[in-house]
Design a protein around this ligand. Structure first.
Ligand code: 5AD
Ligand code: FES
Length: 369
């Protein structure tokens, strides 16, 4: 088995079967994959980690994903919307502390009030930072008009996880209705690409009903779609969601964590120059989860800049870490963690995915700074 893992790693491309073998690697075999991923990271993206200051703008959501703690159907959650002034303060903090970019994430809404508020926030952040802060949005499925308005207002990256690239699994973790349509989501990703965004997607790992074949399919989907960025993490159960019913079918947390780590490493090997996030969910299952992800290929970290008073409201899953840490504490903690992982921080840079530059021609992105 060991040699066959090594043989596969020596190939330039991987079949679905190859990927399933890699994903099944045991602890010892995993090290081979991790070593290769670390080599590729240092060769193609270097050891700089980029910060994206994260603001969780609102937990008001019009959708009902079966896994998500802030789904509309969860009546226990108090809903919030961060004030514009507070978002601007977070943006100022990001700018002053040399974070090149921020990510604004929110529960999904498509109403005019929400869309216009985001547009005006984007403009304010761009104005305040004199165009210096890069902005990534993560606000789900929107119309072409909205994506366009947000791009024009200054957002240039967008994260929209496909959650699972297998439509059958997709419909086991989402209600089957027009608001949760797999094809619509795919089309949203296509739209974002066409409009000129750096496009990121990702999946949850260790979902109930999910197989290694599904995960292999996800990796092939990322490659085929030619994504610029990825954000993936383990699925973590939340007691006030419908998927909680299947908690007994989940793999143990440590196994789920290592499977997620293998996904990060394999994706780095497959897509050498994309940006890959070391996600908070990784840290939820392993105290050093993000550092471990950095070591095997991730190069992006999203320190939380959401004002602490709102954080309890944005619990997509249980045991989310750092919900009481102020931005400055997060910063110090992360700096130390990144150095431990052997990386350095790319202060004051956008840190766009090199893949995007290669895809679009060198000047895009720079021209908008
Ligand atoms: N466990 C792990 N990740 C989750 N997300 C939502 N709910 C969960 C959960 N229970 C992820 C989804 C979504 C992102 C914002 O958070 O992948 O796209
Ligand atoms: Fe809010 Fe899925 S529950 S987008």
């Amino acid at each position: 088995m060991q040699s066959s893992i090594q043989e596969i790693l020596n190939q330039d491309s991987f079949s679905r079967e190859d990927l399933i073998i890699l994903l099944s690697a045991n602890k010892e075999e995993m090290e081979l994959i991790f070593r290769k991923a670390a080599e590729i990271k240092s060769q193609y993206v270097g050891n700089k980690v980029y910060f994206r200051g994260l603001v969780e703008l609102s937990n008001i959501c019009s959708k009902d994903c079966f896994y998500c703690g802030i789904r509309k159907g969860n009546k226990i959650v108090d809903r919030y919307f961060v004030e514009d002034a507070e978002v601007l303060e977070a943006a100022e903090y990001a700018l002053k502390n040399g974070y090149g970019s921020m990510v604004i994430q929110s529960g999904e809404r498509t109403d005019k009030v929400f869309v216009n508020r985001v547009t005006s926030l984007l403009k304010s952040i761009k104005e305040m930072s004199e165009g210096k802060l890069g902005i990534t949005l993560s606000m789900g499925e929107q119309t072409e008009e909205t994506y366009k308005a947000w791009y024009e207002a200054g957002a240039h990256r967008y994260l929209l996880r496909i959650e699972s690239s297998n439509p059958d699994l997709y419909y086991r973790i989402h209600p089957k209705n027009a608001r949760h349509d797999f094809e619509y989501r795919l089309n949203s990703l296509r739209l974002l690409k066409r409009l000129g965004y750096n496009v990121g997607t990702g999946v949850m790992i260790g979902l109930p009903f999910q197989t290694l074949d599904d995960l292999a399919g996800d990796l092939l989907f990322f490659k085929e779609f030619d994504i610029d960025m990825a954000g993936m993490g383990p699925y973590i159960e939340h007691k006030d969601t419908p998927l909680y019913e299947f908690r007994d079918q989940l793999m143990p947390k440590s196994e789920r964590f290592y499977l997620a780590l293998k996904m990060v490493a394999i994706l780095r090997i497959m897509m050498k120059d994309i940006n890959i996030a070391a996600t908070t969910a990784m840290q939820t299952l392993d105290k050093q989860g993000r550092e471990k992800a950095l070591k095997v290929g991730a190069n992006i970290i999203m320190p939380n800049l959401t004002p602490v008073k709102y954080r309890e409201g944005y619990l997509l899953y249980e045991d989310k870490p750092c919900i009481n840490e102020e931005a400055s504490e997060c910063k110090n903690c992360l700096e130390a963690r990144i150095h431990i992982a052997g990386d350095e921080i790319g202060y004051g840079e956008w840190g766009d995915s090199r893949h995007f530059a290669a895809r679009q021609g060198r000047d895009i992105g720079k021209g908008r700074q």
